[in-house]
Design a binder for this molecule. Structure first.
Ligand SMILES: CC(=O)SCCNC(=O)CCNC(=O)[C@H](O)C(C)(C)COP(=O)(O)OP(=O)(O)OC[C@H]1O[C@@H](n2cnc3c(N)ncnc32)[C@H](O)[C@@H]1OP(=O)(O)O
Ligand SMILES: CC(C)C(=O)C(=O)O
Length: 560
């Protein structure tokens, strides 16, 4: 690879830059260019119905400025705008924008397409970069400036005949490859020609048509322009970044720090080559800093579905905020931290979102029902416990979490990802449905307390390898009485209770309880959990105890 084939681009010299100390404190004016820059870059450009659907989505998301196409370039582009106008599909608070090269016949045709609108942004451009002046136009600086000025004159003239209001936008296209002082000279000439004033501002769009350098260099270019306009008040400074070096979002954010007022971009960053800047990421980056993004992005799956349908593009699984995997943690330590963080967030009822590894509450994007944690061989007990809790409602005690996670890891090591259903089935098989050698049949608990002495008699009927037995025991509470009923049998293992917990599993009249019992045979190191589920908590507890005993039997048999 011959890196000597390339050279670094000449950067603007800005010694007194202020942008590094600035902060983004409010949303910029957003302009969607999905229907123009996005559409022109598609393998199959959108059909009219798809354009209409996309336009409606953009309106619903809250865009107030939408570049709807390049009407002079083709009949479909022209017809689409006509349809929006003729069918009255443009809301009053939305301004449509149209792009055209700064060429007479294209500008005239553009104005024809606008008939009937009460306002529009007419966006003219010509390339101003050193390279394009040379290889595309073969023209010097004055001639290139003349293209912009002549184009502006014509837009002005046609605006005067136009019944609505025209806002002029001018782009020194390939701005990032243009000397800033020359870009400024053309932009000032355009504004002077237009007669720009603070009440009749011109949108000066400074595109990073090709991302040529690090985002700080673009920020320097923008700050330099902002500082050097003759009258900053007559300009709306607009950014239009592309993503050639993969820094489109950073470039835009730094451009905003540098003083820009407006951003042109697309949903999910569709657009020429590596795409335009992704407006959704920009807006949600602001949102997660407590800034109103002024876009309604809560129905993320819906936005993604329409986008994918109309553009035939796919949102990659790791795309910020929208990708299928971005609210999923596979690794154990992440799962553990998310699990604890979510619990703390809900328990504390705090207003501020603070959950490790999740910069945004998935619920804010209507993604709360997606599995946040997925289980593979890198997962630990936290992730398994999280799935059991959030998907199935079982709050596993710590020691059981570790024990059960081992069983799941054994599966994932051979089979890969383990689904929540598989996790639950395994849990049931391991801890609930253990019926050999002992099977629970029924129980009766009698209060035999006397003069302040709290005492219970437990009668537990079980099936022991085909034989029905009713065991009787006494204790100072149900668990004690039941345990003693088992321990009083000579042919049973004498077990000690190590741990007990229970909780309601479901709400309402059909509520069930889950009981967790950990037992250890006296003098043995074996320690097993059993789980019982039943509407009656005592029955759930007895079932858990029997399950734990059966697991001990199984384990001891295995160990010989
Ligand atoms: C960075 C961007 O995304 S800019 C937007 C780009 N989008 C598009 O181009 C999509 C729609 N475009 C089209 O369909 C066509 O380009 C049309 C219909 C607009 C124009 O088509 P054509 O006139 O056949 O060709 P083309 O666009 O290649 O223009 C060629 C001529 O226009 C000149 N030209 C190109 N851009 C501009 C401009 N912005 N202003 C003035 N002249 C220009 C070229 O120098 C060239 O001149 P030459 O023939 O004297 O050499
Ligand atoms: C027309 C201009 C703004 C453009 O699309 C670009 O520079 O990328």
């Amino acid at each position: 690879m011959n890196y000597k084939k390339y050279k670094k681009f000449e950067t603007v010299k800005l010694k007194d830059r202020t942008w590094p100390d600035n902060e983004i404190v409010k949303a910029p004016i957003w302009c969607s260019v999905d229907l123009r820059d996005g559409n022109q870059a598609l393998i199959t450009p959108m059909k009219i119905e798809e354009k209409v659907e996309m336009f409606q989505l953009l309106v619903d998301l809250g865009f107030k400025e939408i570049e709807v196409g390049f009407p002079s370039s083709s009949q479909i582009e022209y017809d689409f705008l006509r349809l929006l106008i003729d069918e009255n599909l443009i809301p009053d608070d939305v301004t449509v924008q149209v792009l055209t090269q700064a060429r007479e016949h294209l500008i005239r045709r553009t104005f024809e397409s606008l008939k009937g609108l009460d306002k529009a942004i007419v966006h003219i451009y010509n390339s101003t970069s050193i390279l394009q002046r040379d290889v595309v136009f073969g023209k010097g600086k004055e001639e290139i400036k003349k293209i912009a000025v002549e184009g502006t004159k014509l837009v002005k003239e046609l605006s005067q005949e136009f019944e609505g209001k025209v806002i002029l936008e001018y782009s020194p296209e390939s701005f990032t490859g243009t000397e800033v002082d020359y870009a400024l000279e053309i932009c000032e000439a355009v504004m002077d020609t237009w007669g720009a004033t603070p009440d009749n501002k011109v949108i000066i769009n400074l595109p990073s048509t090709v991302e040529m350098d690090t985002p700080n260099v673009y920020a320097d270019q923008i700050e330099w322009m902002c500082k050097n306009f003759k009258d900053r008040e007559r300009v709306i400074v607009s950014l239009h970044p592309h993503n050639d070096r993969g820094c489109g979002v950073a470039t835009t954010e730094l451009g905003l720090l540098a003083g820009a007022d407006r951003v042109e971009g697309t949903l999910f960053g569709n657009g020429e080559r590596t795409g335009n800047v992704d407006v959704i990421t920009l807006a949600l980056n602001m949102y997660t800093h407590g800034i109103d993004p002024e876009l309604e992005l809560s129905q993320m799956n819906h936005i993604k579905a329409i986008y994918e349908k109309d553009t035939k593009m796919e949102v990659p699984p790791r795309h910020p905020y929208a990708g299928q995997l971005v609210f999923t943690a596979f690794s154990g330590s992440h799962q553990d931290a998310i699990n604890k963080g979510m619990h703390a967030y809900h328990e504390r009822g705090q207003e501020l979102w603070e959950v490790p590894y999740l910069p945004i509450d998935p619920a804010d994007l209507n993604r709360q029902y997606e599995p946040i944690v997925r289980i593979n061989s890198q997962s630990g007990k936290g992730g398994v416990a999280f799935v059991m809790d959030t998907v199935f409602g079982y709050q596993l005690p710590k020691a059981l979490q570790a024990d059960f996670a081992k069983a799941i890891q054994n599966i994932s090591e051979t089979e890969g990802e383990v689904s929540p259903e598989r996790i639950y089935d395994t849990f049931k098989k391991e801890y609930i449905d253990n019926e050999t050698p002992y099977k629970f049949i029924k129980q009766r608990l009698i209060d035999i307390s006397d003069e302040g002495e709290y005492e219970r008699r437990a009668e537990v009927t079980i099936e022991d390898r085909g034989v029905m037995k009713t065991l009787v025991g006494y204790g100072n509470g149900p668990i004690d009485a039941v345990k003693n009923a088992f321990n009083s049998q000579e042919d049973f293992l004498y077990t000690e209770l190590i741990n007990y917990s229970e909780h309601a599993l479901t709400a309402g009249s059909s509520a069930k309880a889950a009981a967790y019992i950990q037992l250890r045979p006296k003098g043995s190191a074996v320690c097993e959990y059993g789980v019982g589920v039943h509407p009656d908590i005592t029955t759930a507890t007895i079932k858990a105890m029997i399950s734990a005993m059966n697991r001990i039997h199984k384990y001891m048999k295995k160990e010989g």
